[in-house]
Design a protein around this ligand. Structure first.
Ligand SMILES: Cc1cc2nc3c(=O)[nH]c(=O)nc-3n(C[C@H](O)[C@H](O)[C@H](O)COP(=O)(O)OP(=O)(O)OC[C@H]3O[C@@H](n4cnc5c(N)ncnc54)[C@H](O)[C@@H]3O)c2cc1C
Length: 382
């Protein structure tokens, strides 16, 4: 049943909450934290800042939901491989690993739909169809954002604008070290032999993954020659729907596993989807304060894992924002750790990360480990 108070009217005051910012038609709105973007990283950061007692406004240009280390990894016996994946036919020389924690949710948008009411219950206001057009600065400090409708003042602004993160940070003259790259997947028409309860399979040699979805098989992969997508060079109306999809790329990837998963090559395609990954030069999240611009924070560099990691990243980032000290491990994700990385090196290294998504051992040959290339892996991490 539809909730009478959802979606919220951005021109109405937020539901009374202990720390709700309250939004009005026009004029100044005060908040402790403004988050730009209602992706999972933005919403998780907003929710955890609200849980820490901060007043939060999340500003979204479109609408919401439009789209471990220490992991338990064990070698899987051939019988297990054959018995747990009805859609996969082992060839006999497969080496398989079983990761019980590698779970998935059927539709990622359901995570957004879970975050939204959680944010609202904690008094965080989410406004839609309100692009951030400016980031306000006073004496070198971020003091809020400008939208077409109003000014929102806040000492903390979190840029969680996904594929647009670089353009948004650019509003304040800042630079975020990520490259936006196309990623595609397809879902086949329903197939009787696919058991919807079965696990995801990641075929590392072929850089592909498969899992049950909508009664059929979902299939995606990492093309060896990735396509960068720069919304900054596209018209202002550019959205993920405008990304050039290429079924041929997926066909080539799936051809590599025709023997193991014959159905993936032959089944009818029910849905072909694509979007953007924000790839970082070392394949890790980019989350933390922007150097030399007090008040501006970034939650990005999803590297294709923004849904699965958003709860942890958002919580840790909110702890850093509200306590002023990085939780363990977070300083290593800070955008400042890369130093002055030229655009060409950023592009080369980020595309390498995409193309070697399932190939971390090749890290020794990665561009960032080569002499003379600055970056966080060649500094404190090498
Ligand atoms: C095909 C595909 C499959 C994927 N599969 C997985 C998976 O299996 N597991 C996983 O963990 N991750 C997966 N991902 C990655 C995942 O989608 C992202 O990591 C996740 O969505 C996090 O994104 P985000 O929060 O950084 O940004 P987004 O979700 O892109 O949100 C950013 C938001 O900011 C808004 N915005 C931009 N500019 C402005 C502005 N100026 N003002 C206001 N708002 C603005 C945008 O409209 C957008 O809504 C997949 C991605 C794709 C494309």
């Amino acid at each position: 049943m539809a909730r009478p108070d959802w979606p919220p009217d951005p021109c109405q005051p937020a539901r009374p909450g202990r720390h709700g910012p309250g939004l009005r038609h026009n004029g100044l709105v005060n908040a402790d934290v403004v988050v730009i973007g209602v992706g999972t990283l933005g919403l998780s950061t907003a929710l955890h800042c609200a849980l820490a007692g901060r007043s939060v406004v999340v500003v979204e240009s479109h609408t919401a939901g439009s789209r471990s280390w220490g992991a338990d990894v064990r070698e899987a016996a051939p019988a297990q491989l054959a018995g747990q994946l009805s859609y996969y036919q082992p060839t006999g020389d497969d080496f398989a690993l079983w990761c019980p924690e590698d779970i998935y949710i059927d539709e990622p948008a359901s995570l957004i739909r879970a975050f939204l009411p959680a944010c609202q219950r904690r008094g965080a206001a989410v406004t839609e169809n309100e692009p951030v057009t400016g980031i306000s600065l006073t004496a070198g400090h971020v003091t809020g954002v400008e939208t077409g409708r109003r000014s929102i003042t806040a000492p903390v602004v979190v840029d969680a604008a996904g594929g647009w993160v670089r353009q948004t940070a650019g509003l304040a003259g800042a630079r975020v070290p990520v490259t936006t790259v196309r990623h595609q997947l397809l879902i086949t028409a329903p197939m009787a032999q696919v058991d919807p309860g079965e696990p995801i399979a990641r075929v590392v040699d072929a850089a592909v993954y498969l899992r049950p979805a909508h009664g059929g098989l979902m299939f995606g992969g990492f093309e060896p020659d990735p396509l960068p997508v720069d919304p900054g060079h596209e018209p202002g109306s550019f959205s993920t729907d405008d990304i050039l999809l290429d079924l041929g790329v997926l066909r080539q990837l799936v051809a590599q596993i025709a023997a193991e998963v014959p159905a993936a090559s032959t089944a009818e395609v029910a849905e072909h989807r694509g979007g953007m990954f924000t790839m970082s030069p070392d394949g890790r999240f980019v989350a933390g304060p922007v150097p030399d611009l007090p008040g501006l924070w970034v939650a990005s560099g999803c590297n294709g894992s923004g849904f699965s990691s958003s709860l942890a990243i958002g919580e840790a980032l909110a702890t850093w924002i509200t306590s002023d000290a990085p939780p363990p491990g977070m300083a290593a994700l800070s955008p400042g750790w890369f130093g002055p990385l030229p655009d060409a090196a950023l592009l080369t290294r980020s595309l390498w990360q995409y193309a070697h998504y399932y190939d971390p051992i090749a890290d020794a040959q990665a561009p960032h480990t080569q002499a003379g290339v600055p970056g966080r892996n060649t500094g404190a991490f090498s």
